[in-house]
Design a protein around this ligand. Sequence first.
Ligand code: C6P
Length: 408
Amino acid sequence: MTTSFDPETVRRDFPILGKSFRGKPLAYLDNAATSQKPNGVIDAIANHYRKSNANVHRGVYALAEEAETAYVHARKVIADHLNVEADEIIFVRGTTEALNLVAQSHARTHLGEGDVVVLTTMEHHANIVPWQLVKKQTGIEIEVVPILEDGSLDRDALSSLLDQPKVKLLSLCHVSNSLGTVNPVSAIVAEAKESGVVTVIDGAQSIPHGPIDLRDIDCDFFAFSGHKVFGPMGIGVLYGKRELLADMPPYQGGGDMIDEVTFEETTFAPPPQRFEAGTPNVEGAIGLGAAIEYLGTLDLVAAAAHENALLEHATTGMEALPGLTIHGHAPGKAAVISFTVDGIHPHDIATFLDAEGIAIRTGHHCCQPLMKHLGLTATARASFAFYNTTEEVDRLVEALQKTIACFQ
Ligand code: C6P
């Protein structure tokens, strides 16, 4: 397996990857749950508190201006990375909050009884439950696009739904956290636009795997979490097209999001401030900006090719193991492998792998409807980032082989 990308070089940027557990070097293969952080992010957060900490949008003194400048810079860095404007970037806690914001602000006010929101079988709970809340509040209906045998989206079923005039909004993941399926969002958005359907993309699992151009995708909303893209926890982004954001009421009320307040009435600041009530997560935004700047130092196309090579190598090794089934074989899938082994509970697999220093996730991955569709309650999941190595994949396959042998 050869690619032009050298994971050993980038690994030096991630101090946690040098750790050992139970005398074995850590093989961190749970990147879909959260990614590890490079020194640039850790330093940016520490330096903010060492040198620049003050509240933003308030002080007129030099220190506050320094904090404000860093905060504004972070928003610009993120907007440039996504090829959109800074005022279309709203800082939130993560993908979950971003999707709730769209549901409660846009959908709750623009949709009504009988209007249909379309989701897919492969959605994370964060892209199901917010719409169910709106359903209770407004009487909208929810329709679900099924998936095919290999884990791809059933595009014919989607097209039939998009033809129905009651369908007003489509919200789907870019990349499935459980199956690794990559949905062709540019084509799907183009099709939805022809029917005047508003499009929401859950980008939680696509953002770490390569460049994202939102002008090209042309979706109305795009949500992601900082912690999945080598940034800190507790910060995320909702991108919204300027004209849609301008037509949305605030999601929460408080300081920082107003134009003028009296006890009788309040007028609101324009987006994005309108949606950022209260003191923001300044160090989170700065850390996320640093993560995106770090990505800017890498060849993301080569990094993605390296991840694909890892995926292929792992798939070949794992498919050869007795009783092991990989769930999700969509063409062009991302570097996520959900699997089960006959007669071994996924939690036991993860426990055996942990003894070898290998970290993977097990469970329903917050996708209970998908698990039900697969006829499962849980899977084991290995998910790769560009800093993972062929050697780590080999260790995974060997440890799985050993685990299976123990149960035979
Ligand atoms: N998936 C996983 O192990 P938050 O928790 O808000 O940062 O992200 C929620 C979320 C939304 N959509 C998708 C596709 C996701 O994968 C996630 C988070 C993690 O798969 C934790 S459950």
